[in-house]
Design a protein around this ligand. Structure first.
Ligand code: 6GU
Length: 244
């Protein structure tokens, strides 16, 4: 997969050199190219923003600079474009899966009060464009949100995770357990500061272990994500679950 990122702060993307994503880039599974938006600014000050029409606080990013930047990055190609903004559609595991199936993504990172709205209008006529937000809070710019999205998408690419089952078992992964978060995990030693690993995990009884994990996932979902628990398919629950 190819990913282009356009931003006035390319330094924000240094973390993409390390760990899982860094390794995928070294192997060529992932081709990430980060571009400095100011390279497409014309005036001596390399200005990329201006005051908003209609008044109000802050600055808005200029459409001409964005237009030249995007045209130059995409050439004759037709990547899928993502514009990070707190007013976008929510980024979910489902959207991450969908984006992981694309050959080419372009992320256009806005700063200040956002990018002149005609830019999304214009490219929506040529490309599939989504405005996407990562949660109900406001960041200073789209850069950190793009790091989040690139990591969530990148780890789903074939061969990026050491163990393919990890992505299948994820919280929010599609399947019967879609609305369950993952339960607790343990490793050696069997006793730490007087705290024992639950006996069932040492029993070797795979059926009992699977049932216990499901119960714990349900317990944790009810405690930490009551709004998700309310969406669980009643068919998935049995009379034993009522006391969880
Ligand atoms: Cl994508 N951008 C900004 N600036 N703030 C956000 C966001 C994105 N998602 C949640 N908050």
């Amino acid at each position: 997969m190819r990913i282009d990122i356009i931003s006035i702060f390319p330094e924000y993307f240094a973390p993409l050199d390390v760990s899982l994503i860094g390794k995928a880039r070294e192997r060529g599974t992932l081709d990430v190219r980060v571009h400095q938006l100011r390279d497409w600014a014309h005036d001596v000050h390399k200005s990329v923003d201006d005051t908003p029409y209609g008044g109000g606080p802050g600055m808005v990013m200029k459409p001409e600079v964005w237009g030249e930047a995007i045209d130059s990055v995409i050439g004759e190609g037709a990547p899928r474009m993502v514009v990070p903004t707190p007013s976008g559609r929510p980024f979910t595991q489902e959207l991450a899966q969908e984006l992981a199936g694309e050959p080419w993504l372009v992320f256009a990172c806005g700063r200040y009060e956002g990018i002149d709205s005609r830019v999304v209008e214009e490219y929506s006529e040529r490309l599939r464009v989504d405005e996407v937000g990562i949660g109900d809070y406001v960041l200073a710019g789209g850069e950190v949100a793009v790091l989040v999205m690139v990591e969530a998408v990148g780890r789903l690419l074939p061969g990026v995770l050491g163990n393919a089952q990890s992505a299948v078992d994820d919280s929010f992964a599609p399947g019967a357990m879609r609305n369950l978060v993952e339960g607790p995990v343990y490793t050696k030693p069997p006793v730490w500061r007087g705290r024992e690993v639950p006996d069932v995990l040492l029993s070797g009884h795979h059926g009992k272990i699977a049932r216990w994990r499901r119960d714990e996932a349900l317990r944790r979902t009810v405690r930490n994500r009551p709004e998700l628990a309310a969406e669980l398919d009643p068919e998935m629950l049995d009379k034993h679950d009522r006391k969880l």
